[in-house]
Each structure stands twice: as C-alpha cells, then as structure tokens.
Design a protein around this ligand. Structure first.
Ligand code: NAI
Length: 335
C-alpha cells in the first residue's frame, strides 16, 4: 500500500480570535491538519483562548497574541482570517458598523502588508462590501495587492440558502445542495440564484419572495433573537471555517476544482467574460462562484442564467454595492 500523501501545513492567523466568531472559528480551525501553527490575535483575552485550544490533541501549535504583538502573530502567515471588530445590535445595518470597523480593518491590513505580504486575506468583519475594498486599497498602497488572494467571506449566505431552501423543498439535502449567491453581503446586495436549484419549478412566486427575503435578511433573525448580545457567531464560524478550509485544501493540499461563492475583486480573472461583466456592471467587486487553485482564484465563474425576478434583484443590488465599494475604497484613497 502506498503511503498517505504528505501535505504541507501552514500558519493561519485569526484576528479577533477571542470574539463571538473568533473563538468557535479558531476551535474549528484547530481541527485542520493543513494548519501547523494557529496564531490567535485579539486586543483582549487572546492568551486565554490560545491556552485553552492548545490542549486539543491535533497537530497545530497554538499561540496567543495581544495588541503589542500583532506583528509577531502575522509574521510568516499563509492565511489571515479577520473577524475583528464590532457586531450589529438590533436596529443597526451592517453599514452602521463602518465607522468603527473600517479603522480596525485598515490597521490589520497594514499589519499584513508589513508582516505577511503574500498571505491570503479572508475578511469576515462587516460591512464586507466595504471592508474588502479597504484591505485591497491598503495593499495597493504598498504595491502588493494580489486580487487572487483577497476575499470577503459571504459563505454564510450560501449556508443559510441551502438550509432555508431545504425547509421549503423537502428533496433538497441542505448539506450537499450548494446555492449560488451573488452580489454582495448585506440586505438587497445579497442575490440568491434560486432558479438554478433542482426543484425550483415547484416553488410559487410567494415562496420565492419569502425565501429570497429570508436569505437577504437572515442575519436580522439572529440579531433580533440575541436581543442586543450580538449577531450570528456560531453559524458564521461554521461558514468561515468552511471557506478557510476550501482555501487551504486548494492552495496547500493542491485539491483541484473546489468552488465557493465569495466576494472578490473582478481583476482576479482576466478572462474576457469576467472583464465584460466588470465593464457592464461598472463594479470592481462582486460575489460570484469562484474556483480555486494553488495561487488562489483560478477562475471566476460567469453569472449563471438568471430569471426575470432575479434580474430585478440584481438591478437593485448594483447601485447599493457600488456605493458600498466606493465608501470603502475612498476611506483609504481619500485619507
Ligand atoms: P465580537 O465583538 O464578539 O468579537 C470581535 C472581536 O474583535 C473581539 O474579541 C474584539 O476584542 C476584537 N477586536 C476589536 N478590535 C480589534 C483589533 N483592532 N484587532 C484585533 N481584534 C480586535 O464580534 P463578532 O460577533 O465576533 O463579530 C465580528 C465581526 O464579524 C463583526 O464585524 C460582524 O458584523 C461580522 N460578521 C460577519 C458575518 C459575515 O457573514 N461575513 C456574519 C456575522 C458577523
């Protein structure tokens, strides 16, 4: 019998690791054999979370880093996952978080530029539509932006879509049915392409409306139920770990053909079709199905065929997304 293939393993940093998302996300990442060093950075309690996780009997070493040792946390990182910042309270939109989170993300991106300029950067902190352009503009300022390596994690929209659809179409297995969700990651910018799901024909327009609204505003259900104690953390940690694992499987283990929807800079794929889409929408960032390879993005899939209803959703998403992108980018370029 041939020996099991040897994989490399790499350093992954979680920024905001002691938070509501950061802790369960770090727990899930501790289970990855593709991680040799899990570095946990937070301005509070990173040492405690790291000590706790470090007792779990998997391969990776775990280290905790406070405010004074951000550089040490980031040095030599292969992948940096960012759930740092403040979450929503009832009545807040993701855009309301911009004032606080924009500065946090800018400073972390500066840390990436200084300590791990080749790293994959996976942004969870909201508003994702704007925080990803912030990261990109900081990296551009340093001349090191690689659009194949910077992502907004919109996987929770995909996870919610699979689950919510399975509650309406009983033949849909929530685990194996992946719904393509395009656009951005907030309210009307979230556009689930339900017309591509097997069994879609059985849905009434009323059901499609209700499902679409629930996917777009699923986060509000959690914010309301937590009643001031934050937003989605456990389902987000699950989604964040799923996306991070896809990146590691593709880039470290060399697994081909992995696809996830993610919010990405459209310069990551120079193909005529992606560039025509960019030209048509006049948007630099958009969530689409992305295929990953060793270097990150290997291909951005074209927007699937959409129904007339989905086209109206896209028409509503595009101006909002454009404003969100400009707000993020100008936070750096106009500073
Ligand atoms: P939280 O408040 O529980 O945790 C945030 C953590 O970030 C805290 O431990 C805090 O100390 C830390 N932090 C603050 N400033 C920092 C800095 N400069 N450097 C490093 N760490 C810092 O918040 P939670 O619930 O974990 O949410 C985090 C972010 O994720 C929020 O912006 C939230 O809106 C976003 N989110 C994104 C989702 C998505 O689908 N992409 C879904 C749910 C939340």
């Amino acid at each position: 019998m041939s020996p099991a293939p040897e994989h490399n393993s790499v350093k992954v940093v979680v920024c905001g690791a002691a938070g509501g998302i950061g802790q369960p996300l770090s727990l899930l990442l501790k289970q990855s054999d593709l991680i040799s060093h899990l570095a946990l950075f937070d301005v509070v309690n990173a040492a405690g979370v790291a000590a706790d996780l470090s007792h779990i009997n998997t391969k990776s070493k775990v280290t905790g880093h406070g405010r004074e040792s951000m550089d040490e946390a980031l040095q030599g990182a292969h992948t940096v996952v960012i759930p740092a910042g403040v979450p929503r309270k009832p009545g807040m939109t993701r855009d309301d978080l911009f004032k606080i989170n924009a500065g946090i993300i800018r400073d972390l991106a500066e840390g990436v530029a200084k300590n791990c300029p080749d790293a994959f950067v996976l942004v969870i902190s909201n508003p994702v539509n704007s925080t990803v352009p912030i990261v990109a503009e900081v990296l551009k300022k340093h001349g090191i932006f690689n659009p194949k390596k910077v992502f907004g994690i919109s996987t929770l929209d995909v996870v919610r879509s699979s689950r919510f659809v399975s509650e309406v179409i009983p033949s849909v297995d929530p685990k194996s049915t992946r719904v393509t969700v395009v656009g951005g990651h907030s309210g009307v910018t979230i556009v689930p392409i339900l017309s591509q799901i097997p069994g879609h024909a059985s849905l009434t327009q009323e059901q499609i409306d209700a499902l679409t609204h629930r996917i777009q505003y699923g986060g509000d259900e959690v914010v309301k139920a937590k009643d001031g104690a934050g937003s989605a953390t456990l389902s987000m940690a699950f989604a964040g770990a799923r996306f991070t694992n896809v990146i590691l499987e593709a880039t470290v283990a060399g697994k081909a053909g992995l696809v996830e929807s993610t919010y990405v800079n459209l310069a990551a794929d120079s193909s005529a079709s992606t560039q025509a889409f960019r030209e048509k929408t006049q948007l630099d960032y958009f969530a689409l199905d992305v295929e990953f390879g060793r270097e990150g993005v290997s291909k951005i899939h074209a927007l699937p065929k959409v129904s007339a209803y989905e086209q109206t959703l896209l028409d509503a998403a595009i101006p909002e997304l454009k404003a969100n992108i400009e707000k993020g980018a100008s936070f750096i370029t106009a500073a």
